[in-house]
Design a protein around this ligand. Structure first.
Ligand code: TXA
Ligand code: MG
Length: 306
């Protein structure tokens, strides 16, 4: 990444434009978090309903207090353990933070990403960057600059190309705004590592209706219908059955390496769509570690469309 590209990105952000940038999880579509007009443009381009909050990305944790108040000790523990990195914390938002960032909620999502290009951009910009994944609403997250361009075309003013996102799956989201930490979205951080950093036996998921809009719905879905089949032999049989019935069916069975699975997943789903696949029979990775996050995304991708 050249210094002049970062300088151009900073100029664009300062003038309210949108810049897509790589992170270690997925590519983000960035806007100046302090500019209501820029964030409005972000929602318009993404096609995202106003009730869905966006994550504010920070160069370092020193900026947390600019956005959040009543920050609990658990936030420091998690920041010590996982920032910079693939972790988003939901904290109580400061009263002066505009509700457009938070979907009108009283919490704000904050993350200090680790990707060198993201960090360079954040340091040079010197302020928070609001960024959802750089895809149109409800579509598969982009893990390369080419994915971003394919989705957003000229609606994005600049795409910084930092190569394929290493993790390939969106950040772990932990809600620290209530009495106890709640794991809202699993990511590449294993559950037991989260719990250990918090000094707990385990971190529970949400009880009752999801506190993060968009996470229970059939997001993360390609055009193809996804069928999950845990058993390989049964998956191969199902594939044959679909093909005999004249369906354009394919098998996705990347094997048990969950990190490699996460890294490749969104690209493979996009490829299947490009080939006009109707049904993708998918063998999920085994549970545990990042395998849990992949299984979570696959379940969502397989959920019936609304
Ligand atoms: O890895 C990631 O988290 C990527 C990179 C770019 O940082 N970003 C990302 O953003 O995946 P997005 O907007 O596609 O997904 C964030 C999720 C959404 O479901 C949103 O509703 C939820 O987090 N979220 C963000 N802030 C929230 C808040 N204050 N309260 C509840 N949910 C929130
Ligand atoms: Mg997203």
């Amino acid at each position: 990444m050249s210094g002049s590209e970062i300088a151009l990105a900073v100029d664009l952000l300062r003038s309210g434009r949108l810049v897509a940038f790589p992170t270690e999880t997925v590519y983000g579509l960035g806007a100046d978090a302090a500019s209501v007009a820029a964030v409005r443009r972000l929602y318009a381009v993404k096609g995202r309903p106003a009730a869905h909050p966006v994550i504010v990305h920070l160069a370092d944790r020193g900026a947390v207090e600019r956005w959040a108040c009543d920050v609990p000790p658990a936030a420091r523990a998690l920041a010590d353990a996982f920032w910079p990195g693939p972790l988003t914390l939901l904290l109580r938002r400061r009263p002066d933070v505009d509700g457009i960032l938070t979907g009108g909620r009283d919490t704000i999502g904050l993350r200090v990403p680790a990707h060198p290009v993201a960090r360079e951009l954040l340091v040079a910009f010197g302020r928070g960057i609001a960024a959802p994944s750089a895809n149109r609403f409800g579509r598969v997250s982009p893990t390369t600059a080419a994915h971003v361009r394919a989705d957003l075309g000229t609606d994005v003013d600049l795409v910084l190309d930092g190569g394929p996102s290493e993790d390939g799956i969106e950040s772990t989201i932990v809600d620290l705004s209530g009495d106890r930490p709640v794991l809202l979205r699993p990511g590449s951080i294993p559950d037991d590592a989260l719990a250990a950093a918090l000094g707990l036996d385990r971190v529970d998921g949400p009880s009752g209706p999801s506190r993060a809009p968009g996470m229970l719905a059939s997001h993360y879905a390609p055009e193809a219908t996804i069928e999950l089949v845990d058993d390989r032999a049964a998956a191969a049989e199902r594939l044959e059955e679909l093909r005999r019935a004249g369906r354009r069916a394919e098998l996705l069975d990347p094997g048990p390496d969950a990190a490699a699975y996460a890294h490749g997943l969104y690209g493979w789903l996009r490829d299947a769509d490009r080939r006009g696949t109707e049904v993708l029979v998918v063998v999920p990775p085994p549970p545990g570690g990042i395998g849990d996050a992949v299984r979570d995304r696959l379940r969502k991708a397989a959920a019936p469309r609304r």
